[in-house]
Design a protein around this ligand. Structure first.
Ligand code: IMP
Length: 427
């Protein structure tokens, strides 16, 4: 798998961090291409748990290079905090020549006014709020599109940065005033951002050129998606989405890799469905939610919020397979269904007397959709010790085959627990 794109095939939190960690065995370089520190990838190695927000999980593997691409929005203060946290856990990220981490100079930065705008726009939306992570992601991408953003490269020229920042603060303080927020101090932000810039300086690079050289030199590159297909700004359940292209196409624009260099797309999906924040989740089910929350599962890695939970939704995953061009599926959290006698799978939606086999784009229609279910037999067995396909009970294998067939992609991996070794490769 020389060049692989890995994407979430649902609403995020599919367990991508763990699959990326497993795939890193076969890749030399790992690239984040979208989102920001709204993401939270959890990786468990032995008894130690690592939660990463901006830095690709490849950082936990010796000898791998991690790239934060141009499509990511970077909060430099949060990035420094993350580097410090890794150091405390014994992971030193070396700098300069041979650095393990490269940060795109053209990535846009998340600024303090972005976080405040995110928070206050949500308050204003009231019942219709998106349920964002309040990390300032939407306003940061908004500035990028409006051509008023500040980029990582600006940190390298303090005078130019100070001048641009003054203009941005002036305008944003006016907007913040309308929300009743105290004006921000330009001097304070300048000091903090320049200090972070100093810390990050040796990681900042032209990552587009680096990636092309790496691919030319025969390195295997893994593009790590953040969030999921239905949080994509174009293909997701708008407006209940994030503000970037989380789907496979985003890997090209968000890194500078040309589309003809993509060899494989891996789609990660849970054996059921979850979503954090507002917006439609047609298969949402209270009983399943209570069961999984009762087991201490399905709380957000970034905000700690309980995730909303539903049955497996093949209408959604089929769409994800189409939009991303998914070759292989990695099904995670199969063990979450271990105690069930019967498991439901959504095969279509019904709304206004019509059957929908494709996710409707109209949010009002989608909100009215009721799932059409097929029932599968549960395996009612603890799967956590299963290591091979043959270790899985027949009913669990049947369930995996069914969801892969409904999604329309090949089953590549199944995961039965958070540890690396709890990953089954399907031949
Ligand atoms: P934002 O990305 O913070 O603007 O949030 C927009 C929507 O995307 C909200 O519903 C969030 O809960 C959701 N979201 C953002 N990042 C993640 C993630 O990493 N996992 C799951 N949902 C996310």
């Amino acid at each position: 798998m020389p060049t692989t794109i890995l994407v979430g095939a649902q609403w995020g939190d599919e367990g991508k961090g763990k699959i990326i960690d497993v795939l890193m065995d076969r890749h030399d370089v790992v690239v984040r291409y979208a989102g920001g520190n709204n993401a939270g990838h959890t990786v468990k190695i032995g008894e130690e748990k690592f939660v990463l927000h901006l830095i690709p999980s490849g950082i936990l593997r010796p000898g791998k290079v991690c790239v934060i691409g141009n499509g990511v929005v970077v909060d430099p203060i949060a990035l420094v905090t993350e580097l410090d946290g890794l150091l405390k856990q014994g992971i030193a990220v070396n700098r300069g020549l041979g650095a393990k981490l490269l940060l795109s100079e053209t990535a846009h930065m998340v600024m303090p006014y972005h976080r405040l705008l995110d928070e206050h726009r949500e308050i204003q939306k009231g019942k219709r709020k998106i349920g964002t992570t309040k990390r300032g992601i939407g306003p940061a991408y908004g500035d990028k599109a409006a051509r008023t953003g500040l980029r990582v490269i600006d940190l390298l020229k303090p005078e130019r940065f100070a001048e641009k920042l003054r203009m941005r603060i002036r305008e944003n303080n006016e907007i913040l005033r309308t929300f009743g927020v105290m004006p921000l101090s330009c001097a304070k932000i300048l000091k903090e951002y320049l200090a972070a810039g100093k810390r990050l300086r040796s990681f900042i690079a032209n990552t587009v050129v680096y990636l092309h050289e790496a691919i030319k030199a025969g390195k295997n590159v893994l593009f790590e998606g953040a969030q999921g297909t239905f949080l994509d700004i174009d293909h997701g359940t708008y407006p209940y989405v994030t503000s970037s292209n989380t789907t496979a196409g985003g890997a090209c624009t968000g890194s500078g890799m040309p589309p003809n260099k993509v060899d494989k797309v891996v789609g990660v999906l849970k054996a059921y469905t979850t979503r954090v924040g507002g917006g439609p989740l047609p298969t949402e089910n209270q009983m399943l939610g209570d069961l999984l929350h009762g087991l201490g599962r399905e709380f957000g890695a970034t905000t700690g919020r309980p995730r909303r939970i539903g049955w497996f939704d093949a209408v959604a995953t089929r769409y994800a397979a189409m939009v991303n061009g998914i070759d292989d599926l990695a099904v995670t959290n199969l063990d979450g269904l271990d105690t069930l006698e019967h498991i439901r799978v959504c095969v279509a939606y019904k709304a206004d007397g019509k059957t929908h086999e494709v996710l409707p784009n109209d949010p009002d229609v989608l909100a009215r959709c009721k799932p059409v279910y097929e029932e599968c037999e549960g395996w009612n067995t603890d799967l956590s010790a299963a290591k091979t396909w043959d270790d899985l009970p027949k009913k669990a294998r049947n369930y995996l085959r069914k969801i892969a067939a409904l999604t329309g992609a090949k089953l590549g991996m199944a995961s039965v627990g958070p540890r690396r070794e709890q990953t089954i490769c399907v031949r």
